[in-house]
Design a protein around this ligand. Sequence first.
Ligand SMILES: Nc1nc2c(c(=O)[nH]1)N[C@H]1C(S)=C(S)[C@@H](COP(=O)(O)O)O[C@H]1N2
Ligand SMILES: [Mo]
Length: 582
Amino acid sequence: MTQPQHDTRTTSFRTELTRGEDRIDTRTWAGGIPSRPAIAPRFRVGRRWFNILWLLPIGFVVALVGVAVAQWLRTLPAVQDFIATYPGTIITPQAEADAGIPWWVNVQHFVNIMFMMFIIRSGWQILADHPRLYWTRHSRPGAEWMRMAPPSPDDPLWTAKQDCVELPTHLGLPGGRHTIGLARWWHLTMDLGWLLNGIVFYVLIFATGHWQRIVPTSWEVFPQALSTAIQYLSLDLPAEHGWVAYNGLQLLTYFVTVFVAAPLALITGLGMSPALSTRFGRISKVFSIQLARSLHSLVMVWFVVFIVAHVTMVLITAAVPNLNMMFAARDSDGPVGVVVFGVALAIIIAAWLWATPFTRHHPRFVQRAGDTIVGPLQRQLERLDVHPGTYDEKDISDYFWHNGRFPDSQEYADLRAGGFKDYRLRVNGLVDHPVELSLADLRALPYHEQITQHYCIQGWSGIAKWGGVSMSTIVDLVRPRPEAHWVIFYSIAEGSDGGIYYDAQPIEQMSSELTMLAYDMNDEPLSYGHGAPLRLRNELQLGFKHVKWVKGVEFVEDFREVGSGTGGYNNDHEYFGYSQTI
Ligand SMILES: Nc1nc2c(c(=O)[nH]1)N[C@H]1C(S)=C(S)[C@@H](COP(=O)(O)O)O[C@H]1N2
Ligand SMILES: [Mo]
């Protein structure tokens, strides 16, 4: 028996998709999102907000006072004795025997600068996409401790996308507004390179004994550091012995940077992953995504302050010997180090200026390269076995951000006006038994409920209780064929550039305990803004994959047949990736 052509149970929604651009046109980018420049970060202390720029005059005054105090201190005999006893650097016979900086330290140092440049710039871009930092997972506007955006307006449907801010072209990577998809590819791929470089560095320093140069081995490091600080501040600089050993202040800051800040950057980065956080719920319940995100940002501040202070000190203390040491592996006053440093600096500046235009002209390349390098790891995390139970009723957030483009069609307005009586969910594709389900049909299926945390790619989070139908129930109903490997969820609503919103998910995840179609949120029917009448939840993935206002589910062999073929609306139009477990 053949089915008639117009049988809606088998027609696909693919024809309602539009293709994404292969180049960024800043005028039409993200649906022509208007400019909204970032403001200088503000910090909240109690109910008052302070502009970070105040730190400039305050810091200047503190520095002046510090210099005056240090100079006065150095006139005191007790302080002079102290500095004579602790001149700043601990020089052991062992250190003298092992003097020198090997060439591999020079290479790793330069490679590290390159990675850090890309990581920090793309990190700022990611932060600008949700320019607020919170201590709790509930992400309520007004409760943040840092913001780089004006306060949110009092609009209950204000979206996180509207809230994002723009960074100047060559500051953020790739600059502009809501370019988080591309920024994340840069951030995550460079992270891997930086991590690899760091692992090699750890192995080499411990294999060669070079670790002794940056790991304090005696408590004496503290008085030596204090002595160094007083000498620096007094502007009468201590003697330099960098070729043999670093002074106490260097030793402590290098140690903290390599052995505290760097590992913390990795751990706090992983703390923002939906898949890892859902899998390791007990840890994530204490070490929440917002705590991780705040600490991750503070680690960034440490690195930025370190870089500025470090470069300043290198240049004002003994620039030529310092550059010879770190760029030419030699103990010399000659020009070689300066020349090599000049070349290195030129490469860094060129890479800096190249990155944004390249990304805007070749976003598909960045997306594909990023997915090739990071994708396999992200897909590995899709195998994590997640269960409910981390959160209960009392954990539910009293504020839950809205996001995306709301449905604005007559078709949707009519459905909503009729209490969704005429709504039908079409489930078809490579299945034995395509169906169309009304809301009443869906409510008649076995009820599934879960209290879970939402992780938006932009950085906000919130906990809600979702009620509806488990995707495994739907799978049992329609019986996918063996050749079905992907499941496409289509929305009633258009995406920001027109054409309906959609997303592709691997079929294996349809049997996950936490993949469901929700029609209730916090025991109420789903609201307009949160996806009425039906939305997807897949707790292994970031929020943009949770399609709202779902009207169709299609089982396909390969998502490359659908839309622009990258696995989702944001992937087609904003260069996101299709596996977003982190
Ligand atoms: N149809 C559709 N679904 C969508 C979006 C969208 O723009 N259109 N945005 C996604 C994003 S980015 C997020 S974070 C969540 C937000 O869900 P919420 O508004 O209920 O918080 O919905 C997702 N589902
Ligand atoms: Mo999102």
